[in-house]
Design a protein around this ligand. Structure first.
Ligand code: SF4
Ligand code: SF4
Length: 156
């Protein structure tokens, strides 16, 4: 279950209030704060992304998005990837997709091990997951795969 970010930008679209620019220190250098953790950091726009960053039409049209997000062809990318806060670097929107025995995808699990599904049986089973899962997220991820397989679901 190796997570690969597809750089779709979805997770950054409403983080404009959470990744905040305090002061511009240079043409491409900013003093910033990650509001949820109270962490301050200095962000330098990646050299290969400066041509993207200077076009402000995207943030102008998406005021709730993180100020560092920009479209790049089919992708929507972070322009400060090297300097982005840890929670951005390690964020995983999907660590597991769950399929029913007929092969239909019925839910997915995020990196915080939260279930996203409308399937009532799976949602009920998730109560058992919450009660019985190992407390460490790493162990729980491995345990969860086996647990769901034991109940007849396929996971990817
Ligand atoms: S973590 Fe997920 S939602 Fe965020 S950019 Fe990557 S693929 Fe998209
Ligand atoms: S710093 Fe980068 S990864 Fe973090 S919310 Fe902003 S655009 Fe997304």
């Amino acid at each position: 279950m190796v997570f690969t970010c597809k750089q779709c930008g979805t997770c950054c679209m409403y983080l404009g209030d959470y990744i905040v620019i305090g002061q511009q220190l240079g043409p491409f250098t900013f003093a910033c704060e990650s509001v949820s953790t109270g962490t301050t950091f200095v962000a330098v726009i990646g050299e290969d992304k400066r041509h993207l960053f200077v076009d402000c039409s995207f943030p102008d049209n998406h005021p709730a998005a993180c100020r560092f997000l920009r479209p790049d062809g089919d992708l929507i990318r972070c322009t400060i990837h090297r300097d982005s806060p840890a929670q951005c670097k390690f964020y995983r929107c999907v660590v597991m997709r769950i399929f029913d025995p007929a092969g239909k995808m019925i839910g997915h699990v995020t990196g915080t091990l939260a279930l996203h599904s409308d399937d009532p049986d799976l949602r009920t089973l998730w109560e058992k997951v919450e009660k019985n899962r190992p407390r460490s997220d790493e162990e729980a991820e491995v345990w969860l795969g086996s647990f769901l397989l034991g109940w007849g679901y396929r996971v990817e």
